[in-house]
Ligand binder design. Structure first.
Ligand code: SF4
Length: 491
C-alpha cells in the first residue's frame, strides 16, 4: 500500500512566523507532528511519503503515486485542505481525513472517503484493520481518550528537519481547566494524559540523532496540567540536557498558575525552557469570570508575568477581546496591560466560537451564532452577534494591534521585558542565530523603518542587558513579522 500524507498550507497569521523565516533560512515554522505520528502508526511495510505544502508544492505525480491520501489539518488550514480534497476527487484518489478540522466539522466533508475523528491512536488502528479486511467504513470516532504512553515516536525520517525553525514534541494531552471558548477540553479531555518519561526522552534522542539542534516546542495543551508528573520528567530532562550539552532550547504552553510553583519554574529553566505561552485573555476581571478563566482571577497578573520573566522565561501571551462583559475601556486597558507586562509576543484575537465549545453551545442557544470560525487569529470578524456594538469592537481591536505593534510601543516593550528577564544562559548561538543577527542589522537597522529604535535596543542590550541580547534580537525580528502581517491586513 502506498500512502501520501499531506499537510495543507496554513495562512499567514501571527503564528506562521512567515516573515521571519528568511532570517533563519527556513521554509516553515513547525513540522506536521500529527501526520508524522500517524505515519508511525501505519504498518511498517507500507510505503509512505509526506508533502508539507508549507515547504513543498503538491504535484499531481505525488497524488497519482498514492493509493490513499491522508490529510491532517487544523481549522485554519481549511481552504488549502479543500483544494487538496478537490484535486484528489478529480484524480479519483481515496482520501482519509483527520485532525481538528475534520474532528469538529466532519459534517462539512462528505466527499472525504474516510474520516478518522479524535485522536488517531484510538480510531486509526480500527480503520486500518477494516481496510485490510476490505470493509473500511466512512467514519471512525472514539469516545475514549487513548493512552498516550503507547504513542510511537513520530516518523521524522519523512521530512528534512532542517527546513523548519523549530521541532515539535508532545508530553501530555488534555487540560484540567475549562475555559468557555477553548476546544481542548472537547478534543483532548480534562485529565492530562502523559507519556512515560523514558518514552519522552526517547523522542529527544531521536531528534538529536536526526541532527536537530535548536528550538523544540513542547506542544502540550497545558504542560503543567499534572505538576507532580511534570516535575519528575523535568528532573530527567535536566540530566539529558547536561549530558548532551544543551542542544535544545525549549518552549511550551502553560496556564498562569505556573507562577504559584517556584520549584516547577526553576526545574523548567534548568531543563532549558526559555519561553512559555500563557493564556492571559483579559485584564477585565468580569470577562475572566465570563469565560471561566478562574486560574487568572484574583491575582496581580502583571506581577505574575514579571515573576516568570525573573525566573528566566519569556512570557508570550494570548489576549482576547469581544467578551460580553468587556467594558468600553477594554481596548485601552489591553494596550496598557500588554505594555506594562512586557509581553512582547502578544497574540491578540477577537473572540470566536469554535465548534462544539461551551461558548458555541451557549451562543447557539441564545440565537447569536453567525458562522463557523476560521480558526485564524488574524481574521477580523466575530462569528456571533456581540453585546457591544460590532463596529466598535472591530475598531478597538484594530487600534490594539496597530498600537502594540508600532515600532515605538513594540521596542519599548522589549526593553520592559529585558529589565525583568534573568535567563540561565546555556549553549552558544549557532550558525542560524548569527545569520539572523547579521540580517537583523541589515533589515532592521539599515533599510527598515524604525531604525532608531533598533539601534537603541541593540546598544542597551550590549551595554546594560547583555544577558538578554539573543532574546532582544529575536524579538526585534519577530516585530518585523507582526508588522508585515498587519500590513497584509491593511492596518
Ligand atoms: S487553560 Fe488553556 S488549554 Fe486549558 S481550557 Fe483554558 S484555554 Fe484551554
Amino acid at each position: 500500500m502506498k500512502i501520501l500524507l499531506v499537510y495543507p498550507k496554513y495562512p499567514n497569521t501571527f503564528w506562521s512566523f512567515k516573515h521571519v523565516l528568511k532570517f533563519v533560512s527556513k521554509k516553515a515554522a513547525y513540522p506536521p507532528l500529527g501526520l508524522l505520528t500517524v505515519a508511525a502508526i501505519l504498518p511498517g511495510n507500507w510505503e509512505k511519503k509526506l508533502v508539507d505544502m508549507n515547504v513543498d508544492s503538491l504535484d499531481d505525480t505525488d497524488l497519482k503515486w498514492a493509493d490513499y491520501v491522508f490529510i491532517s489539518a487544523m481549522i485554519t488550514q481549511k481552504d488549502s485542505a479543500i483544494e487538496v480534497i478537490n484535486k484528489c476527487k478529480q484524480l479519483n484518489i481515496k482520501i482519509v481525513g483527520g485532525g481538528p478540522l475534520f474532528t469538529t466539522g466532519y459534517q462539512e466533508f462528505e466527499e472525504v472517503d474516510h474520516l478518522i475523528l479524535g485522536e488517531a491512536e484510538s480510531s486509526l488502528p480500527i480503520f486500518l484493520k477494516d481496510l485490510q479486511e476490505g470493509k473500511p467504513q466512512k467514519r471512525y470516532a472514539s469516545d475514549t481518550w487513548p493512552n498516550v504512553s503507547k504513542t510511537p515516536v513520530p516518523l521524522w525520517s519523512l521530512i528534512n528537519v532542517k527546513h523548519y525553525a523549530a521541532m515539535l514534541v508532545q508530553y501530555s494531552r488534555g487540560c484540567p481547566f475549562d475555559c468557555e471558548f477553548c476546544d481542548i477540553p472537547i478534543l483532548n479531555g480534562h485529565k492530562p494524559r502523559t507519556k512515560e518519561i523514558d518514552q519522552f526522552i526517547r523522542e529527544f534522542d531521536v531528534l538529536y540523532e536526526h541532527g536537530w539542534r535548536g528550538a523544540v516546542f513542547v506542544v502540550d495543551d497545558n504542560f503543567i496540567g499534572n505538576k507532580n508528573k511534570v516535575k519528575k520528567l523535568l528532573r530527567e530532562l535536566i540530566i539529558w540536557m547536561e549530558k548532551h550539552k544543551h542542544p535544545f532550547s525549549l518552549l511550551t504552553e502553560s496556564s498562569l498558575n505556573l507562577v504559584d510553583d517556584e520549584e516547577l519554574m526553576e526545574l523548567m529553566v534548568m531543563a532549558g525552557f526559555r519561553r512559555v505561552f500563557v493564556g492571559i485573555e483579559s485584564p477585565a476581571e468580569e470577562s475572566l469570570v465570563e469565560c471561566n478563566k478562574f486560574q487568572n482571577r484574583n491575582r496581580n497578573m502583571i506581577a505574575a508575568i514579571k515573576k516568570i520573566q525573573n525566573f528566566g522565561m519569556e512570557v508570550q501571551g494570548g489576549f482576547i477581546v469581544g467578551f460580553d462583559n468587556d467594558p468600553p475601556s477594554i481596548f485601552d486597558r489591553q494596550i496598557k496591560f500588554i505594555q506594562e507586562s512586557g509581553v512582547v509576543t502578544a497574540m491578540v484575537g477577537l473572540l470566536n466560537a469554535l465548534p462544539e465549545t461551551k461558548l458555541y453551545k451557549r451562543l447557539k442557544k441564545e440565537c447569536r451564532l453567525l458562522a463557523n470560525s476560521s480558526g485564524n487569529n488574524t481574521d477580523i470578524s466575530l462569528n456571533f452577534i456581540p453585546k457591544m456594538d460590532n463596529e466598535l469592537i472591530i475598531d478597538g481591536y484594530k487600534k490594539i494591534l496597530s498600537t502594540i505593534y508600532s515600532h515605538k510601543k513594540y521596542y519599548e516593550r522589549i526593553i520592559t521585558f529585558l529589565q525583568e528577564y534573568h535567563p540561565v544562559r546555556r549553549g552558544k548561538p549557532d550558525f542560524y542565530d548569527c545569520m539572523a543577527f547579521l540580517k537583523s542589522i541589515w533589515f532592521l537597522g539599515i533599510v527598515g523603518k524604525g531604525k532608531k529604535y533598533y539601534w537603541k535596543l541593540l546598544l542597551l542590550s550590549l551595554f546594560k542587558y547583555r544577558r538578554g541580547l539573543t532574546e532582544a534580537i529575536t524579538l526585534a525580528i519577530y516585530g518585523l513579522h507582526f508588522r508585515r502581517v498587519l500590513r497584509d491586513l491593511d492596518l
